[in-house]
Design a protein around this ligand. Structure first.
Ligand code: NAP
Length: 281
């Protein structure tokens, strides 16, 4: 039986785990495929049932890795995938979704995101998402890499208020969103999904985290994750293809950062003092 991970609530009222699994860079090399599938399966066993992927990753290859990992356990998975802005027209979204469903070997995506803002009018993409919802191909939709002004435009559109999440770059080294995007999202009950929560592995090697990690008998990566996940309405989606990393990431849920830890982290990774445009990778 999978363990139960703390959850946060989407605007739809559905609860989703605050810790999920990323898949960028998976599906690129056939020699690593078994490790990737096994890491995702272990993550599912340990309760990380939210899996994030995208049509872009390995040109669909990551979605195929996910399909293998969730085979016969689709119903326990919260499947998140993304459509490229170049496919964000009404017809393009429908086509891209069909292709993702085929690669994922499923009949529905739980949360379908626009990967980043593009040139197709947002209203058209929202209409396309809503049509997919009615057809039962997706259950919910959201966006990614949207800054505050873009979220404001989105929620003003007809049906724009159905947005369920905004997936953004957010970690100790990139705290820009705390200035206005995080408070804006929290106020409206729209969870943020923090991608690259260990800064693509860089925070795992960051010496400034070592003393705090030692206090918790933990690793720097676990401290970085615990810091992201301690915040209400934030979902972290680290990518781990090593089983050891998968286990450590789940264990990070049990780390309770103290006021002293948080003050030390603020000194080492200062919070923003002014608005900066949302960064993306
Ligand atoms: P990340 O999760 O911050 O870092 C992944 C790297 O950290 C991998 O090299 C992984 O190693 C390592 N790692 C994971 N857990 C670790 C641990 N406990 N200790 C030490 N190292 C650890 O970076 P990311 O992959 O860029 O971001 C996560 C996910 O967010 C992506 O996979 C993707 O699904 C999503 N994402 C979305 C966007 C977007 O535009 N929406 C952009 C980037 C990423 P191993 O793999 O060797 O275990």
């Amino acid at each position: 039986m999978p363990s139960v991970i703390r959850t946060t609530t989407l605007p739809s009222g559905e609860a989703v785990p605050v810790l999920g699994q990323g898949t960028w860079k998976m599906g690129e090399d056939a020699r690593r495929r078994a490790d990737e599938v096994n890491a995702l399966k272990l993550g599912l066993d340990l309760g990380m049932t939210l899996i994030d992927t995208a049509e872009m990753y390995a040109s669909g290859g990551a979605e195929e890795v996910v399909a293998e990992a969730i085979a016969r356990r689709r119903d326990e998975t919260v499947l998140v995938s993304k459509v490229l802005p170049s496919n964000a027209s009404r017809a393009g979204v429908a086509r891209a979704c069909e292709n993702s469903l085929k690669r994922l070997a499923t009949d529905r995506i739980d949360l379908y995101l626009l990967h980043w803002p593009g040139s197709v009018p947002l209203e058209e993409t929202v209409e396309a998402f809503e049509a997919l919802k009615k057809a039962g191909k997706i259950r919910h939709w959201g966006v990614s890499n949207f800054d505050t002004h873009e979220m404001e435009q989105l929620v003003d559109l007809p049906d724009g208020g159905y947005v369920q999440t905004n997936q953004i770059l957010y970690n100790l080294s990139q705290r820009g969103p705390e200035f206005d995007l995080s408070p804006w999202s929290r106020q409206r009950g729209i969870p943020l999904m923090a991608y690259s929560p260990v800064d693509q592995g860089a925070l795992a090697r960051n010496a400034r985290l070592e003393a705090i990690a030692a206090r918790h008998d933990a690793t720097p990566a676990q401290i970085a994750l615990a810091w992201v996940m301690r915040q209400d309405g934030v979902i972290a989606i680290p990518k781990a293809s090593r089983q050891e990393h998968v286990r450590q990431n789940v264990a990070a849920l049990d780390i309770e950062l103290t006021p002293e830890d948080l003050a030390d982290l603020d000194r080492a990774f200062p919070p923003p003092t002014r608005k900066r445009g949302l960064e993306m990778i």
